[in-house]
Design a protein around this ligand. Sequence first.
Ligand code: KG4
Ligand code: ZN
Length: 343
Amino acid sequence: MRVLGVETSCDETGVALYDSERGLLADQLYSQVSMHAEFGGVVPELASRDHIRRTLPMIASVLAEAGIGPNEVDGIAYTAGPGLVGALLVGASVARSLALAWDVPAVGVHHMEGHLLAPMLADDPPEYPFVALLVSGGHTLLVNAHAHADYEILGESRDDAAGEAFDKAAKMLGLGYPGGPAIARLAENGTTDRFTFPRPMVDRPGLDFSFSGLKTYTLNCVQDLGEPNDQDRADVALAFQDAVVDTLTIKCRRALRETGSSRLVIAGGVSANTRLRQRLENMVHTERARLYVPALKLCTDNGAMIAYAGWQRLAAGERSGLDLTVRPRWPIDELARPPAAQA
Ligand code: KG4
Ligand code: ZN
């Protein structure tokens, strides 16, 4: 079965073609980052307009790259939420219109389920059940994935998402958007142990996160430095990154112990962070567990994860009706199980 995936939930247009026999046939991404850069963050209306410009030409380009004609596509998956409503509606309208024209089924996919399933595209994918740390610009979630489409939220952020905290700290340090990669680069020149930032909520039981206190601490530190030089900024970046990475690592270890799971999956933009990957790799080693990470280009938003997650649901008999509904807010544990899984 060949499924076209369309991702337009935020500031990236992603289109990919997944073949259940042959794997990914093509995977293209257009990032709007430079367009939003001068505003210091994503401007929703500009994002929607740009998705309108890109989506159809990218679909044509993906099909051409894969050498596949429209009559050889068996289904279309699009991100139905969570995300920016206008941006979601662009992908949904294009995908649904094409599905109608090509007479193939369409299915709306949950963006975070896309991230969660991205490690399944690797050569050695995890088996269920597993614990997943989903860390993106909009979400920080610890999930117990019992089976496909059966997700239990173990913990989540009470305020900022981990990626959002990176983006805000980057702004304080005069770095551009997205802040995660910029902080990680700057931190490479940082001096260890000059600053120690708090590890939020690690001494309390439970698996929830909170990053707003760390954000305030970072702001105060930058203000205390007056006019920070390059070394000061690198030292702050390192201390901030270490605090986030430590917090995520401690909570992941706790989640593995509480669930008794020996598999940890990480996904979402922040999972591209090298330091986080290293720390988690060390932690799972001492816990006698295994870490599953998506390829770097599948950590951040992409069409491949939507094509893959959509294929799973289409193959299990799920179809979205003709009414065009998107869900800007959509908790992952409210996801319906596809018909085959319910039977
Ligand atoms: O998953 P994603 O591409 O989009 C959302 O669904 O939000 O995640 C984007 C987030 C941004 O906040 C970005 O700063 C962060 O992921 N990010 C990183 C890194 N690369 C991207 N954070 C830390 N280190 C990185 N290397
Ligand atoms: Zn995402």
